[in-house]
Ligand binder design. Structure first.
Ligand code: HT9
Ligand code: FE2
Length: 343
């Protein structure tokens, strides 16, 4: 298959105080998030002057991908469009059409399967193409990359670096706490062609990062950033409750919190972990170091080029680099991740 562009598809975030509410309305439209929760989240964004870091992180990633492509003779223009805020994906797809693009690959800024991480981005692409009309380019999502070394190794190095910031005298009572975005229990059950893939992939990445970074330490996988109405069950425990349970048990004095669910230090990281979870740890008397995310790590950027090569080189499937053992699929069956359509 010949492709004439790559498009980075991301979540989007506001960059001005007056954009926070309309952005949040885009995110939560039709999803039953209570107004009290929305009001709280407005405050999280306003704490940072109404500027989410995520768009600048996408610009930095774009620049890094373009430089890497140029250095390796990959002659593909790279576009960028978001689910929830400017640049909106439909506007980007219109521009791609105007530029004569006919068949593009898409990199989404989530490594995992599941509705919010994978299927919803495919719906975003389908909606944007429908809005542009019949001349819209075909856009194929690159495979999920949770266990690619270009994603796992930067996380593992970040855990090592975070451990280096903690008191070595407390090493024997230090614990790794891996986090990912919580999702409704029903969404987790439906993730992937046979269900349960979001949590299974995260458990695999936690295992791989732990083994690479600090196999001598105990570790856990917990959840953060719960949304939705209180009566709907979401994945638990929450990272804050987990820290309280560790402090209560009395055998932990320090934690490294590693957000393996994410590719960059966006608001869910700088608020929910660096602000909230840090405050929780302080209150509990636990030392706390937050590990970084891949961001623009050269290995992560090179991974993007490798994922493209898997699709463009002859016999490209053989180029797949993976550290894990869970089944992999390039394209999702139509029944994937959508409860109503699962048999
Ligand atoms: C699995 C998952 C990822 C990881 C995959 C991926 O990265 O895509 C993710 C990422 C992100 N989530 C983000 C922000 C928000 N998520 C919300 C709400 C929700 N997230 C959900 C799931 C996920 N979310 C779900 C099931 C909801 C409930 C509403 C719904 O069913 O859709 C809300 C609404 C308010 C609230 O938090 O209640 C906000 C503001 C940002 C941007 C941060 C920034 O601005 O820097 C990012 C990267
Ligand atoms: Fe979210």
């Amino acid at each position: 298959m010949a492709y004439d562009a790559l498009v980075l598809v991301s979540f989007g975030g506001p960059e001005r105080p007056e954009d926070v509410l309309p952005f949040l309305q885009n995110v939560t439209r039709g999803r039953g998030v209570p107004p009290e929760r929305l009001a709280e989240v407005v405050e999280h964004y306003q704490h940072f002057g109404g500027v989410s870091p995520i768009n600048q992180q996408c610009r930095d990633l774009l620049a890094a991908i373009r430089a890497d492509f140029a250095a390796h003779g990959v002659d593909l223009p790279v576009y960028w469009g978001n689910r929830n805020w400017d640049p909106m994906l439909a506007d980007t797809v219109a521009r791609m059409r105007d530029d004569g693009i006919t068949t593009a690959l898409a990199l989404v800024t989530s490594a995992y399967g599941g509705y919010s991480s994978c299927r919803q981005y495919q719906e975003d692409i389908a909606k944007a193409r429908a809005a542009v009309g019949p001349a819209a380019p075909v856009i194929e999502k690159l495979r999920q990359f949770w266990d690619h070394p270009g994603f796992v190794e930067p996380h593992a190095d970040a855990v090592r670096a975070a451990l280096g910031r903690l008191d070595p005298a407390k090493r024997a009572t230090t614990r790794l706490v891996f986090t990912a975005h919580s999702v409704p229990v029903s969404a987790a059950a439906n993730a992937g062609p046979h269900g349960g893939r979001y949590t299974a992939q995260l458990a695999e990445v936690a295992r791989l990062v732990h083994a690479a970074a600090a196999p001598d330490l105990p570790y856990d996988l917990v959840w953060q950033s719960r949304s939705g109405p209180p009566q709907v069950p979401w994945l638990e425990p929450d990272v804050n409750d987990h820290l309280a349970a560790l402090a209560e048990a009395g055998t932990t004095t320090a934690v490294v919190v590693s957000p393996i669910g994410f590719v960059s230090d966006h608001l869910e990281v700088v608020w929910d972990l660096d602000t909230e979870a840090l405050a929780t740890a302080r209150q509990l008397g636990l030392d706390f170091a937050r590990a970084g995310t891949p961001g623009t790590d050269p290995r992560f950027v090179a991974m993007v080029r490798e994922l493209v090569a898997e699709r463009t080189e002859p016999g490209g499937e053989r180029l797949r680099r993976r550290l894990g053992e869970l089944p992999l699929w390039d394209t999702c069956p139509t029944v994937c991740c959508v409860p109503a359509r699962r048999p």
